[in-house]
Design a protein around this ligand. Structure first.
Ligand SMILES: Nc1ncnc2c1ncn2[C@@H]1O[C@H](COP(=O)(O)OP(=O)(O)OP(=O)(O)O)[C@@H](O)[C@H]1O
Length: 312
């Protein structure tokens, strides 16, 4: 090998090594987009089992969907999950668990984005502007980090045309204007369909069947049709449903008295207080339950447990 080529080769290798070690050090100080943060399906499974109460369907589907997506080196489209259920049943909570399992900084990561309808898209007459802003925001963020996560809370309060603006990003295209969206994750949270889920859960209860016997096939089709036909679901007549771009409709069941108690215990443990069963019972007793006669399900799920516990 002639000396000049050798010198160039050595120079190139050391420049590359230098760059790699620089970026390693750099990423220690600022957050970098790593396409593949180490992901452990068993850690996610354990988290769901330990932390999420009374949601056997949501746990199962979320674990399957996220694991399958992350283990696929070449997904054909972005992962799109639509979470439905009554208030306080764990939709935001589970999004946080998923975000933390995919990204060490969880919701605080600059690659995880939360949109809240009433906060970010409050005015009916600004739909066109919101559509443009949303498209730009997602395009910019996915070009900076392909594996970005976008969470849309309060979908039921979103004008249905807004979300259709991002339809091309959720489709099977390899690239849209030079950007691939295939490694991104979109999570929609909504109360829409909560009434349908409760109805099914109640039917099982009244038939003397266990809650855990409810299967996804008992709910998913009802949910997708119900949400499509519901003017206040954010997905009313949406092209996302029409074109089958939502991978999973995930039902969150209404929580029972025993689940509320589990939430109180978890909250006490999180605060480092010894679990006192008298307090657990009195916090759970303060919650209100429906339907009027049977009083099975907590109407706020576990939502006010934290603030109520502070009064004991
Ligand atoms: N199934 C659950 N298992 C464990 N904790 C729960 C569950 N559901 C709710 N919680 C607790 O209650 C808090 C509020 O729940 P969360 O914000 O996830 O409800 P949500 O379903 O998103 O409600 P909303 O539709 O009103 O936004 C959570 O931070 C969590 O502490």
């Amino acid at each position: 090998v002639e000396p000049v080529s050798m010198a160039i080769a050595i120079g190139a290798v050391s420049a590359l090594t230098g760059f790699l070690s620089y970026s390693k050090v750099h990423c220690r100080f600022t957050e970098c987009c790593e396409e593949q943060h180490p992901f452990s399906a068993s850690a996610l499974k354990l988290d769901l089992e330990k932390k999420l109460f009374g949601q056997h369907l949501a746990s199962e589907v979320i674990l399957k969907a996220v694991t399958g997506f992350r283990n696929n080196k070449n997904p054909k489209k972005a992962l799109t999950l639509s979470l439905h259920g009554w208030a306080g049943t764990g939709k935001n909570f589970v999004s946080q668990i998923v975000a933390e399992n995919l990204n060490p900084k969880g919701l605080k990561s600059k690659f995880v984005h939360l949109f809240v309808s009433t906060l970010h898209f409050p005015h009916e007459q600004q739909i066109k502007l919101y559509q443009d802003q949303l498209r730009e925001w997602i395009r910019g963020n996915v070009s900076a980090c392909g594996s970005s996560i976008f969470i849309f809370d309060e979908m039921d309060k979103l004008h249905p045309r807004i979300i259709d603006a991002i339809k091309p990003f959720l489709d099977y295209y390899e690239q849209v204007d030079g950007i691939s969206y295939r490694k991104a994750i979109f999570i929609f949270l909504s109360n829409a369909g909560g009434d349908l889920i409760t109805k099914t859960a109640l039917n099982f209860w009244r038939a003397g069947k266990k809650r855990e016997e409810i299967q996804l096939k008992d709910l998913e089709p009802v949910l997708s049709v119900g949400v499509f036909n519901n003017k206040h679901s954010g997905l009313w007549h949406s092209g996302l449903i029409d074109r089958n771009l939502i991978d999973y409709f995930i039902p969150f069941l209404p929580l029972e008295y025993r689940h509320v108690k589990m939430c109180v215990r978890a909250e006490m443990q999180a605060r480092g207080i010894a679990v006192d069963e008298n307090i657990v019972t009195s916090v759970a007793d303060e919650m209100t339950f429906f339907p009027k006669i049977e009083k099975i399900y907590s109407d706020k799920g576990c939502k006010t447990v934290q603030s109520r516990l502070s009064f004991h």
